[in-house]
Write a protein that binds this ligand. Structure first.
Ligand code: CMC
Length: 443
């Protein structure tokens, strides 16, 4: 009869080990430590750079089936949420585990809205950045700075403190993001308008000029809200892993969220939407698409917005974003980059290089085209990702704080450096040789 165990035979010693296979098809990596070639041996470790096959937590928040292209928050399919929900309701679901009833939703909305203002000193901090500062850099700095305004946030095991910081961060992110944009344009900051929806208020803080009341276009407001829903969480991605890893030292959530934003900034993660639009602009015409595909296949360039560590099928978010683009273009006029993107997708999906590697468009392939059509500069695109992902980061952080199995994140290494050697006075040292693996001797 089949048992849920894994039998391992160490051919160095002939010893046999039996390890339980736990829920989720996992074995505990620490069990490998029993496998030793000799008594003073440390025991086996698993080697997994980039965590390609290592589960670092148990989570109830987001489910992805990468082969089937399925994404669910707390069990709800992303397609249903994008169709019927709104960002703040989805954030409630992600953070609290259930959809709210009317009373709880009204209270939640109010609790977020009362935290949309930031301390005036944060505004002054923003002023200190150069006019061309990247808004993601500004976001990393100002979110980190918030920890100094709310020192009680250090009480991470106090549930009320966790709740308060969660509302504050979700409430303030659009304000910080919009201030970063206005700073780059040399425009006065626009204070939050709490009569508007979460997305509508953000549009107001971005684009309001001299009118007394900004009225967001309802189609753009809804499109932005849907984009926020789609970006709210994505289980253990690079930035969430940063949030959990930094948070595992028990630092306050603002400091951990600053680290998460920094992780998101990179072009392989949330910065990919910016990289896609730069790439499409550089390509410039559908005629150049075959040449670009050739360069990608030759390993000369990446096709940004394609491929995913988990999805080996069409990213379900990308399907929704592609549809959304047409709705936005009805209002803004068509962004001509969409034609190049569609042609790239068409050719790539017929090409064996992409088919055999299961490379499909991901969420970043079409989102930047929408943001550009809405009038945002490319540097703001990763910021548009950071705003909604804040709810996911906080839900994951809170889950980690409450998880008794979690400890400070501290991976092991395989040391491949020098054996013991002894310090020699500088005048007696030989000229450093330039080995391929040596530390650079460049000055
Ligand atoms: N263009 C060309 N080739 C690619 C691409 C791409 N975008 N992505 C993967 N490949 C190739 C890669 O070279 C490798 O080929 P080979 O087996 O011949 O060495 C194979 O596909 C497997 O790729 P990998 O690099 O091992 O996959 P990974 O899981 O380490 O990387 C990824 C995932 C998203 C970093 C990568 O696909 C990539 O760099 N994509 C472009 C950047 C991007 O769009 N990032 C946004 C991700 S979705 C939003 C988010 O969550 O941040």
């Amino acid at each position: 009869m089949a048992t849920n165990t894994l039998t391992v035979i160490d051919n160095r010693t002939g010893k046999r080990y039996e390890f339980p296979i736990e829920e989720g098809n996992v074995i505990r990596a620490t069990l490998l430590r029993q496998i030793k070639a000799s008594e003073d041996d440390y025991g086996l470790m698993s080697y997994d750079p980039a965590f390609t096959n290592t589960a670092a937590c148990k989570s109830r928040i987001t489910f992805i089936d990468g082969d089937k292209g399925i994404l669910r928050y707390r069990g709800y399919p992303i397609e249903e949420l994008a169709e019927h929900s709104n960002y703040l309701e989805t954030a409630y679901l992600i953070i609290k585990g259930e959809l709210p009833d009317e009373r709880h939703f009204a209270a939640w909305q109010n609790n977020i809205k009362i935290h949309t203002l930031v301390h005036e000193n944060i505004k002054r901090l923003m002023d200190g950045f150069r006019f061309d500062a990247h808004p993601m850099g500004m976001l990393v700095g100002t979110i980190g700075a918030l920890s100094t305004f709310y020192p009680e946030a250090a009480h991470i095991f106090d549930v009320e403190s966790r709740r308060l910081q969660t509302r504050r961060l979700i409430g303030k992110l659009p304000t910080l993001a919009a201030f970063a944009y206005r700073h780059s344009r040399g425009l006065p900051y626009v204070y939050p308008d709490n009569d508007l929806s979460y997305a509508g208020n953000f549009l107001s803080m971005l684009f309001k000029m001299t009118e007394l009341k900004y009225r967001p276009n309802p189609i753009l407001e809804r499109a932005l809200d849907v984009l926020f829903i789609l970006h709210a969480d994505h289980e253990q991605n690079c930035s969430t892993n940063a949030m959990r890893s930094v948070g595992s030292s028990h630092v306050d959530p603002y400091s951990a969220a600053a680290a998460a934003v920094a992780a998101l900034y990179g072009p392989l993660h949330g910065g990919a939407n910016e990289a896609v639009v730069r790439m499409l602009t550089e390509i410039g015409s559908t005629k150049r698409v075959p040449e670009v595909i050739k360069q990608v296949k030759a390993g000369e360039r990446l096709l940004y917005g394609f491929g995913h560590r988990v999805y080996k099928n069409y990213d379900p978010r990308a399907k929704i974003v592609r549809r959304l683009a047409n709705e936005v273009f009805e209002v803004t006029g068509k962004n001509p980059l969409i034609d190049i993107a569609l042609e790239l997708e068409r050719i790539a999906l017929e090409d064996d290089y992409f088919v055999s590697r299961k490379l499909y468009p991901n969420v970043d392939f079409y989102s930047g085209i929408i943001y550009q059509a809405m009038g945002l500069p490319t540097t703001m695109f990763p910021v548009m990702f950071a705003i909604p992902r804040t709810s996911g980061w906080l839900a994951q952080w809170s889950e980690m704080v409450r998880d008794s199995e979690q400890k400070i994140a501290r991976p092991r290494q395989v040391y491949i450096g020098e054996e013991l050697r002894h310090y020699a006075p500088i005048e007696t040292r030989p000229e450093p040789t330039q080995r391929e693996d040596a530390v650079s001797t460049e000055i």
